[in-house]
Design a binder for this molecule. Sequence first.
Ligand SMILES: NC(=O)c1ccc[n+]([C@@H]2O[C@H](COP(=O)([O-])OP(=O)(O)OC[C@H]3O[C@@H](n4cnc5c(N)ncnc54)[C@H](O)[C@@H]3O)[C@@H](O)[C@H]2O)c1
Length: 283
Amino acid sequence: MSGRLQYKSALVTGAGSGIGMEASILFAQEGASILLADINLVAIEKVAALISSRSPNVKAIALKTDVSKEADIRAAVDKAVAEFGRLDIMFNNAGIMHPEDDNALNTEERIWDLTMQINVKGVWWGCKYAILAMRNNATDESKGLHVGGSIINTASFVGTMGAATPQIAYTSSKGAVLAMTRELAMVHAREGVRVNSISPGPLKTPLLMEFLNTPEKKERRMTHLPMGRFGEAVEIAKAALFLATDESSYMTGTDLKVDGGLTSAYVTALGEPVLPPPTSLAA
Ligand SMILES: NC(=O)c1ccc[n+]([C@@H]2O[C@H](COP(=O)([O-])OP(=O)(O)OC[C@H]3O[C@@H](n4cnc5c(N)ncnc54)[C@H](O)[C@@H]3O)[C@@H](O)[C@H]2O)c1
């Protein structure tokens, strides 16, 4: 077996659905052992079973993890190191968009606090314990293994763009992820630890589709999407794979925008897209 992540080990948070699920399947296809971390144990057990059936040569372990709890993240990193001997890739991807998140006037403090606890503190702790583990990674050039590793944080286009369909807590949390990623990248740049973020555009995943639960709400966004469609989680997973491998060895502190052109848009084209979206790796 060979692959772009052969001999490496990865921890993916929010691995039970959407981006995290697609990334876990893809990383495993490329040879990585995977620790699947999610608050939804049933979901990650299913993903682990799918990976084991498709990629029997890699280990896939599901561990119930609430990223809003520091002890849970620490336990997940410890488990990955205990099972796989090292941690090369940390994908801090779990996040929420609360249905009661609204503008600055209407949003309740508990919604703000919950969002920050998961989307910001969860990423901070994920980075903290990953960096500590990555410092201990042994170097073996014959296997392409080295000290340090790659940390990837899922931000969002709303971290850099304004929306008149407000979610004040979510937007603020993603701005924090962008800022945190840049600073961590600078602090750890000479330790072999790279820290990058991905800013997905709006995706057809449960997180957004449950929020945009009427045709009007979907259409309000669609006008602004240059490609005339929402993104697919697998398209973000492929960008995460690039950041996870040493193919991106000179990238740190970067925000990789995978948004179908959204952040370059002023007036978008008319008509239906000629290309179909890619299909899920779970299909
Ligand atoms: N869907 C989009 O349009 C979009 C756009 C930009 C950024 N994002 C970001 O992408 C990331 C993944 O989102 P997705 O679209 O794949 O969502 P999703 O809802 O499909 O998956 C999120 C996963 O995170 C898990 N999760 C939620 N709270 C958790 C917690 N406290 N601890 C551990 N796991 C938890 C859920 O159980 C779920 O499996 C999020 O950070 C989200 O903010 C999504």
